[in-house]
Design a protein around this ligand. Sequence first.
Ligand code: AOF
Ligand code: ZN
Length: 390
Amino acid sequence: MEIPPQDAVHMARAVELAARGHGTTSPNPVVGCVVLDASGQVAGEGFHAYAGGPHAEIVALAQAGERARGGTAYVTLEPCDHTGRTGPCSRALLAAGVARVVIAVADPNPKAAGGAARLRAHGVSVTIGVLAAEASLVNEEWLTYARLGRSHLTWKFAATLDGRSAAADGTSKWITSPEARADVHRLRAASDAIVAGIGTVLADDPHLTARPPGGGAAVRPAGSAGGGARDGRKAGGPGPLRVVVDTRARTPQSARVLDDSAPTLVAVAEDTDTDLKADLLRLPRHEDGLDLDILLRELAAREIVSVFLEGGPTLAGEFLGRGLVDRVVAYVAPALLGSGRSALGAAGVSTIGEIHRLTFDEISPIGPDIRLIARLAPNQAGSSDVHRNH
Ligand code: AOF
Ligand code: ZN
């Protein structure tokens, strides 16, 4: 079948609309929709803004009204066929009399999938796969969560040009600029959880809260064309969940991460004996630490779609070595140390053939520093047809 050239134009607009939901839709996907009338004029646009709110298709159809009849709908994710928090979009598209539906990515959520089949069964012409790569990138976090049944993980670090995150004596304050640190707070605010290891908690006593300048612009790094400044995820809520990876429960009761500014989970080994007063998540052991794959599955079960991993190098190396890092955000300062701790600890590489290769998505100046965003090869951590259990 010949794909009309305007399909790419309208789907690109739908991807742009989807990006407006970044940081606020969790645990739902970001989705955008454009509806054309029968003559090919844009009649309605919409995006999904928050879980429980109307789906993108419903917003666009409401704007189009009667003009949708005989028209075409472009959607970045297959229309749902289920009644969840809201009703099925497949039926809404049928009721509106839309003649053609163009979809970028099929819905991996088994509860909601089936919209394309229902539309076809009712005589609607359905095209799937237009701008699938772009639509996958914009919805990367949710697709990882829905396909693999684990949270999507972004590892962030700050380092000197020679890749060091602390000086020889362990001091590490302010390697990067205030602008870079403000940017980190924006990325934290757009995440569902912030994870750190016990080493970082003992060394730095961080709050691990999101304190974005101006109170909460959730801006996502990659593929975020048109991603706008919106209120932070779960606006008005307590902010991202804080998670400490702490096999032997060494978190001091007085640690800032246990204050009441946001909820906190302390992940400890199943067999750790402790009287720490905190929400404990008991996990099986794996080698010297915890089973991090199970950690990300447990977080997904709590509807944590996106995880922001900060500190320290040992924990980052373990996640990377287990194939659990999806995206890397590096803040690199124009400074040199020559000695001191490197940003990344052992990551399962003993010979050059085992190197972790990434591709750069974005290179941007942030104040005097640069921010590099890179990703691991897609689906390196698992097969794309593993479905999440709801
Ligand atoms: C969205 N927004 O625009 C579309 C979605 O709980 P519900 O009723 O909001 O349904 C959520 C599921 O619906 C979601 O996991 C996805 O599979 C499907 N499509 N979801 O949140 C949208 N089109
Ligand atoms: Zn829907």
